[in-house]
Design a protein around this ligand. Structure first.
Ligand SMILES: Cc1ncc(COP(=O)(O)O)c(C=O)c1O
Length: 393
């Protein structure tokens, strides 16, 4: 294990800081929400100090918005080789509101939305609130637990009248970082059905080992034309409460039609959050690499801890994101009529997300965050293992 400053962070200090992760489930070891326990980059904190010093808390000034669009454009080019004019990058409050805007503004009214599942939970609730059916297409678990998209299922869903597909890459909760070949195969299906893609790339900078993120819209002119992309510094720099994300418009027609209503999509973006995103993209690189190296160790640490304390769990190290997806279906039948998340909450005081909330394909699974100090991850797995052991006999 490493000897790192994050090792000095304690459960008590996290609870005292009072983040949502460490206060929503009092008395629990928290691993249920996509926040990190590592604070944020010094450059981000400095940007917030600067806006505080200037009391820059009014509506979003055009110059602050332009800086963010420029910084995002530079980051996309540097990190992924994707050249996007900054005039096509719009500040928005968050990825969820970008999705809402895209669904309402750019897809055929009332049409169903295709969601490969398991998926980030709010897509399953927001979409029906807009009077749209969600067509869940369960991902297929292949060899070695590698989950793949069901292209036939997606084709069938388009045939049922769907217009938009939600692509989440890197994938929450499965941790997949899709290869070029996988994305191109998906693109063929979408194009053949005259479909559209909302590409949720909020976890894009968080990839490990040989896996690197390819923005879907950057693949070909075709994917650029049928896609709207959303990303943010919010996950990678741990600032989702600052309310700023980016909507990236890669279709000329969309760009023409969005101009007059751009204020609507940008209205919720918080001025300090926009400045913080700029700082993260421009000056947060070293902090991010440090965090990624630390979380990378947790990927394999979790494997070792599970082998020792919960051998019935199946887990494949995430290729991207700091989310671990645990298959609990091999556990003994000890939870009674409780879900596994309820069982581990009540018996181990560990807060996890129940896989069923991620769609039908998630039943029997759990979502656990790796964005925590090594010693806390150890505590979490030991507490879970002890709870199972107590009920084994
Ligand atoms: C894949 C994915 N999409 C969207 C969101 C929500 O992001 P936002 O807070 O920007 O709406 C999250 C948050 O964890 C996420 O993991």
């Amino acid at each position: 294990m490493s000897d790192h400053r994050f090792d000095d962070i304690t459960v008590e200090s996290l609870m005292e800081t009072g983040t949502m992760k460490w206060t929503r489930m009092p008395g629990h070891l928290a691993a249920f929400v996509a926040e990190m326990d590592f604070g944020t980059a010094p450059a981000v904190t400095q940007a917030l100090r600067d806006s505080t010093d200037k009391s820059l808390w009014g509506y979003l000034p055009p110059a602050v918005a332009k800086e963010m669009s420029d910084a995002t454009s530079e980051f996309l080019a540097r990190r992924y080789g994707w050249e996007v004019p900054s005039t096509r990058i719009y500040p928005t409050a968050d990825v969820l509101s970008a999705y809402d805007f895209v669904m309402e503004r750019f897809t055929k009214p009332g049409t169903p939305v295709i969601l490969p599942t398991p998926a980030y939970m709010p897509f399953l609730t927001l979409t029906p609130m807009r009077g749209r059916e969600i067509i869940q297409v369960p991902m297929i678990e292949g060899d070695g637990g590698l989950w793949e998209m069901d292209l036939e299922g997606i084709t069938t869903a388009f045939d049922k009248g769907a217009h938009l597909l939600i692509l989440c890459n890197p994938h929450n909760p499965l941790g997949r970082v899709y290869s070029r070949a996988e994305l191109l195969a998906l693109a063929d299906v979408v194009e053949a059905k005259s479909g559209m893609v909302f590409s949720d790339e909020i976890h894009a900078p968080i990839t490990f080992g040989e896996h690197s993120h390819i923005p879907y819209a950057s693949l070909t002119e075709t994917t650029a034309a049928h896609t709207l992309t959303a990303t943010s510094a919010s996950k990678s720099w741990n600032i989702p409460g600052l309310k700023c994300a980016q909507l990236i418009v890669s279709n000329d027609e969309h760009q023409r039609s969005i101009k007059d209503i751009a204020f609507l999509v940008s209205h919720g973006a918080a001025t300090p959050g926009v400045a913080a995103n700029t700082a993260a993209y421009r000056e947060g690189g070293a902090w991010l690499e440090d965090v990624l190296g630390y979380i990378d160790i947790n990927r394999s640490l979790l494997r070792d801890l599970l082998a020792q304390h919960l051998p019935e769990f199946t887990y494949r190290e995430p290729e991207g994101s700091y989310i671990a997806w645990l298959d609990a279906r091999g556990l003994p039948d000890i939870a009674g009529d409780r879900t596994w998340a309820q069982f581990f909450s009540e018996e181990a005081r560990v807060g996890l997300t129940d896989g069923a909330l991620c769609g039908e394909a998630g039943v029997g699974h759990l979502r656990l965050m790796l964005s925590t100090p090594h010693h806390i991850l150890e505590k979490i797995v030991i507490a879970m293992g002890d709870a199972v052991d107590r009920h084994r006999s």
